[in-house]
Structure formats: C-alpha cells, structure tokens
Design a protein around this ligand. Structure first.
Ligand SMILES: NC(=O)c1ccc[n+]([C@@H]2O[C@H](COP(=O)([O-])OP(=O)(O)OC[C@H]3O[C@@H](n4cnc5c(N)ncnc54)[C@H](OP(=O)(O)O)[C@@H]3O)[C@@H](O)[C@H]2O)c1
Length: 226
C-alpha cells in the first residue's frame, strides 16, 4: 500500500520503518525537507535526527506534508496533538479526501510542565476534532496508548500478549487499520466503536504517564483481561 506518515519524530520513524519493512511504499511528510535533513543533533528526548534515521532506511522517501499525502492511499498522523490539525491542513484537505487516517496523536498540553494535562477530554477528543475538521477523511484513532517501539513490534513485550484499540466511524477503515496492526504482530485489537470512543483512549494518557514514571520505562502496555 502507498502510505504517508505525517511526522518525522520517533513515532513517525517507528511507523515508517516498520511499514517499509513489511513491503509498503512509504513516504514521510515534513514541513521543510531541507531543514529536516540539515538537522544533525538529537531531539529533546535524545532521539537521533531524521537524517541519520533516513540513511538507515533508504527505501523510505521524504516529502512535504502535502506531497506525501497526495500520493498516499492511507495516512498516518504522527504529530504532536496541539499541531495535529495544522499539520493535516498543511497536508491539504483534498489530499485526505476518502482516505483512512490513522491518528496516533495525543492531546497533551505541556504548557504547565510535566506531566502534561489534556487540552481536550471527557466530552470531546482530538480524534473527534480531527474527524470534524476533515469530514471527507476516515479517521481511526489507534496506537496512542503505547510506546512507539511497541506500536510496531508488540512481540518485544510478553510475546505480544497485550491490547490495542481502534475508534472510528467507518467500519471498513477500522478493518483496514486492524489488518495493518495485525501485520505488526498485534493479536488483541479491540474495536471500541465510533470516533467518540477516542475520548476513552486519549484519557488513558494520564495513567500511562504515571505508570511510565513509576516503572521508569515506557516499555509496558495495557492488557484487557476478559
Ligand atoms: N513517543 C511515543 O512513544 C508516543 C506514544 C503514543 C503516542 N504518541 C503521540 O504520537 C505523536 C507523535 O509523537 P512524536 O514523539 O513522534 O512527536 P514529535 O517528535 O514531537 O513530532 C515531530 C513532528 O511534528 C511536526 N511538527 C512540529 N511542530 C509542528 C507544527 N507547528 N506544525 C506542523 N507540524 C509540526 C514536525 O515537523 P517537521 O518534520 O517539519 O519537524 C515533525 O514531523 C504525538 O501526538 C504523541 O503524543 C507518542
């Protein structure tokens, strides 16, 4: 499948790398190719710059948000929540029309420091806001509840015996996303319902962040036992 990954950070890199490894035709989207490729220092979390990652992943192309989205059949949104809609607007609403958007972003507000709060919750969600902003796209919220490495390689933990969620209005879009997740190795993909159910998975972030603090690691996940 031709896939655009909007975002050059650790989530974008994780998704792009795994999708390419599985044989997909992947283009990563960035605001400015030259600026991104000129960055040589690690980001604030110590992750290597995109240019170093790109050298190790020669089949993954880099394009502007709009060019990446224009050529894609499916789009992954991997930008920070507070700029997610702006990033997708830069990708171009027309380039999203009729396409599945896997939305991994979380509505984190770091303005008061760490841990962040949520800038939308309870009665609304970022997933819903993205769906409302791009009504012609098929938004599926998923993968926002686990660390980037585990999103794409769940077997790194407990043989992959843990859970992920999908939320979205379009049943076929959720089927497409579920198949992709299963191709990554996920074995327990729970369909929560329409896009309003993204409120629930986005509101897992406050406990996810406290667990990361308590365990001193992001390498854990929720397992829904039933
Ligand atoms: N890190 C994790 O393990 C994890 C786990 C679950 C969910 N998430 C969620 O996944 C998303 C991506 O996480 P990440 O750590 O990969 O993010 P990140 O490194 O902060 O994202 C970088 C991307 O955001 C773009 N960006 C930054 N400011 C922008 C702006 N003003 N307008 C448009 N685009 C902008 C950058 O564009 P350029 O390429 O032009 O620089 C870059 O492509 C977040 O919403 C995060 O909450 C992360």
């Amino acid at each position: 499948m031709k896939i655009a990954v909007i975002g050059t950070g650790m989530v974008g890199q994780a998704l792009a790398g795994r999708l390419a490894e599985l044989g997909h035709n992947v283009t990563v989207g960035t605001r400015d190719i030259a600026v991104t490729m000129a960055r040589t220092t690690p980001d604030g979390m110590g992750n290597p710059p995109y240019s170093a990652w790109a050298q190790a992943h020669p089949t993954v192309k880099l394009a502007t948000f709009a060019d990446a989205a224009a050529g894609a059949e499916l789009i992954v949104n991997a930008t920070p929540g507070n700029v997610a809609i702006a990033g997708l607007q830069a990708a171009g609403a027309d380039n999203l029309t009729g396409k599945v958007i896997i939305d991994i972003s979380n509505p984190l507000d770091f303005s008061q420091g760490f841990p962040p709060s949520l800038f939308v919750k309870d009665t609304d969600s970022l997933g819903e806001q993205i769906q409302a902003a791009f009504p012609q796209a098929k938004v599926v919220k998923s993968l926002n509840t686990l660390a980037a490495a585990l999103m794409v390689n769940p077997t790194l933990l407990a043989g992959g015996d843990h859970s992920v969620f999908v939320s979205g209005n379009d049943p076929d879009a959720k089927k497409t996303v579920t198949a992709l997740l299963e191709s990554f190795g996920h074995t327990d993909v729970i369909d929560l319902g329409d896009i309003t159910t993204a409120r629930g998975t986005e509101m897992l972030l406050p406990i996810w962040l406290r667990l990361m603090g308590a365990l001193n690691s992001g390498m854990f996940n929720f397992k829904i036992v039933r």
